[in-house]
Design a protein around this ligand. Structure first.
Ligand SMILES: [Zn+2]
Length: 257
């Protein structure tokens, strides 16, 4: 497949990633979220890129505090989840799950991924299967459940399993090593995770990101996408319980890990 879009990740703040998507045909640039870090402005100016749009996943400060600077410098169009609009300034437009947003030669589909915050959304680039998951889904993990409820969070994550296996996964934080350690505490004999831990440690030693992952890898190895798998249910002592209850137990175990 010829790439239609270039996607770049920039580590900012302590653990966040700023993500940039550039359409090779039109030169248009989109950003996912805007942490407040001058590294972002330097990155853009070095490449002579101006973000046409900023797509916000949720209202947390480490995803939106840079919006004012981006707006002032590039006059980007800032698009935010409709149900969190009151908590996000500045913004130019709101968007809700189900919407399809044209970008360059492609489109973003807006997906509902509540639970970390109640109005969290993710963006899926159809023409070059890529999921920008914000803090809803991490590699081998998921966001902390601040707002919940567990059944809505689980339903949102379960929907993501319908995306093609080759879908590249980009997310808001570098948490992979910690997430793998937790996953291995549930299923110590999971060989693919043991191998992935070695790989992730090498990447981090070289200061390289462990992302993007793929949805195929996550479906098979991320415990938060496997709450309906008896192996995982058993590990949290919830065999036979409703899926949302199992999911909540996994999330709670991670909080206490
Ligand atoms: Zn967050």
């Amino acid at each position: 497949m010829t790439q239609k879009f270039d996607i770049e990740m920039l580590p900012v703040l302590d653990t966040n990633y700023a993500i940039f998507i550039r359409c090779r045909t039109t030169g248009k640039v989109a950003m996912i979220d805007a942490p407040d870090d001058d590294k972002i402005l330097n990155f853009l100016d070095d490449r002579n890129w101006r973000p046409d749009i900023v797509l916000v996943t949720h209202r947390h400060w480490d995803h939106i505090d840079g919006l004012a600077k981006i707006k002032a410098r590039y006059n980007s169009r800032i698009i935010v989840p409709d149900s969190e609009k009151d908590a996000i300034t500045p913004h130019d437009a709101t968007i809700a799950p189900g919407a399809i947003l044209p970008f360059g030669v492609g489109h973003f589909t807006v997906l509902s991924t509540p639970g970390h915050t109640s109005g969290h959304i993710a963006y899926y680039l159809q023409e070059q299967p890529t999921l920008f998951a914000g803090d809803a889904l991490f590699s081998v993990g998921c966001g902390r459940m601040f707002d919940g409820p567990a059944n809505a969070m689980w339903d949102g994550l379960k929907e993501l399993r319908h995306l093609p296996d080759e879908t590249a996964l980009y997310c808001g934080h570098e948490y992979t090593i910690d997430n793998i350690n937790f996953a291995l505490s549930l299923t110590p004999d999971h060989q693919a995770l043991r191998q992935h831990l070695q790989w992730a440690k090498e990447r981090r030693t070289q200061n390289q990101p462990t992302l993007p992952s793929t949805l195929g890898f996550e479906k098979a190895n991320n415990p938060f996408l496997r709450a309906d798998d008896p192996t995982i249910a058993k590990a949290v002592d919830k065999l036979g319980a409703p899926e949302a209850e199992i999911f909540a137990a996994i999330r709670k175990a991670k909080d206490q890990f």
